[in-house]
Write a protein that binds this ligand. Structure first.
Ligand code: NYM
Ligand code: MG
Length: 213
């Protein structure tokens, strides 16, 4: 189908701090959409299976050190390497659900305080713009009741607070929806599913826009 005329799928992103329940909700959302007869695919960023993804995995596990700039660019490249696949699916009428995207890229990097926001956004300018971003918002109190952080880089309460404040700064009301993630997983799932169905309907005849362009 053509870029402007065809009936495309929707690009739906789940974002949030660590422990917000993104991966669980992504899985549940995919199942629900499939059960509703909506063709869809799930990808997670970072995609740790590619060559670049393997380097990112080592960095996150602290078995490899890289400069803040270098790892930032690798996270972005890890998205760009999947763009042809994502575009093809969307133009083929299939929806794509992403567990994290460029917003995590900017929020986690800018929270370090060594790179400014604009610089962080640069490499991701022009990525396919999501039709909907769910920001799974967990209060500090609710977060503290969940399982402890793992041992990966960035998994510290104080750092996560900085990350959250940057997420709030870069949100665009055109596609950003804050979801109360303090509720049960069933309640959250129901809301994500309903909003996703609406977005899939509304996006069908819209062109794919470019992020931060
Ligand atoms: N992360 C994720 C970044 O720092 N930049 C990015 O561009 C992306 C996509 O990687 N703490 C961080 C956020 C997480 C970590 O993500 C691993 P996950 O979803 O736990 O695999
Ligand atoms: Mg994690």
């Amino acid at each position: 189908s053509s870029e402007s005329g065809g009936r495309r799928g929707a690009l739906i992103v789940l974002e949030g701090c660590d422990k917000a329940g993104k991966s669980t909700q992504c899985r549940l959302l995919l199942e629900a959409l499939k059960d509703a007869g909506k063709p869809c695919h799930l990808f997670a960023f970072p995609d740790r299976n590619t060559e670049i993804g393997k380097v990112i995995d080592q960095y996150l596990k602290c078995t490899k050190n890289l400069s803040d700039e270098a790892i930032h660019l690798l996270f972005s490249t890890n998205r760009w390497e999947l763009v042809p696949t994502i575009r093809e699916l969307l133009l083929n009428g299939e929806s794509v659900v992403l567990d994290r995207y460029a917003f995590s890229g900017v929020a986690f990097s800018a929270a370090k305080g060594t790179m400014d926001l604009e610089w962080c956004m640069g490499p991701d300018v022009g990525l396919p713009q999501p039709d909907l971003v769910f920001f799974l918002n967990l209060t500090k109190e609710a977060a503290s009741k969940r399982d402890d952080f793992g041992r990966e880089r960035y998994e510290k309460t104080e750092f996560q607070e900085k990350v959250k404040s940057i997420f709030m700064k870069i949100q665009d009301p055109a596609y950003w929806k804050v979801i109360d993630a303090d509720r049960s997983k069933e309640e959250v799932q129901k809301e994500l599913f309903q909003l996703s169905l609406e977005t899939i309907e509304k996006s069908k005849n819209k062109p794919i826009l470019k992020l931060w362009d």
